[in-house]
Write a protein of this length. Structure first.
Length: 202
């Protein structure tokens, strides 16, 4: 019995580590971009205003919010956790590609479309990641594991926010968007690293 518990804890630890790396890459990249996003919009898109940047952000957050409940219901109805794993990896890939398109875009309406697609990706990421992370948490160390996660993420967000401003000022705003996109693409790998741990879990 002790051996079974030990193996389960080891598997859970590997999954938690992979999921944390995935989230760190995606949302540190997002923090990198958030610092310069309005400046990027008004400098990259001819005729764009700060109001347009606000509309773009509203579309991103709004479409993400609308999809959360339907996606959550869909995942609850399907047994196992492999679908969440693929959805998480797919959302990271989807987000990275959309950001690379954004870095070179000069059309306001295409920017709005990309923000809608990024909002969809955000919802896919949030719902699948939270389900997986909650499943693999150690029930006897919930506070500790959430504390470690939040510390890592908060430090990452803070450093990324600074770097976003610094790099945007010195290298250009589109370079920051590209870096954020690459970080998301790299983060596609991390959920798949926990495939063995997720496969077969009910």
């Amino acid at each position: 019995m002790r051996g079974i518990i030990s193996n389960r804890m080891l598997k859970n630890h590997k999954a938690i580590k992979a999921l944390t790396l995935s989230d760190f890459g995606v949302w540190s990249g997002s923090s990198l971009i958030a610092t310069i996003f309005p400046l990027f919009v008004i400098n990259q898109i001819p005729g764009a205003t700060v109001t347009d940047a606000g509309i773009a952000s509203m579309l991103y957050l709004g479409f993400g919010a609308v999809l959360n409940l339907p996606l959550g219901n869909y995942m609850d109805k399907h047994k196992g956790y492999i679908d969440e794993l693929y959805l998480l990896a797919g959302s990271n890939l989807f987000r990275g590609i959309a950001l690379l398109f954004m870095a070179f875009n000069t059309n306001l309406y295409f920017l709005f479309l990309l923000q809608i697609l990024l909002g969809i990706s955000k919802s896919m990421n949030y719902m699948s990641w939270r389900i997986l992370f909650t499943k693999f948490l150690d029930p006897y160390n919930l506070g500790k594991e959430w504390g470690i996660y939040d510390t890592i993420m908060s430090l990452g967000f803070g450093v990324a926010a600074f770097l976003g401003g610094y790099l945007g000022e010195n290298l250009g705003f589109n370079i920051v968007i590209i870096i954020g996109g690459i970080m998301s693409l790299i983060s596609t790998i991390f959920p798949l690293m926990s495939y063995k741990e997720v496969d077969g879990v009910k």
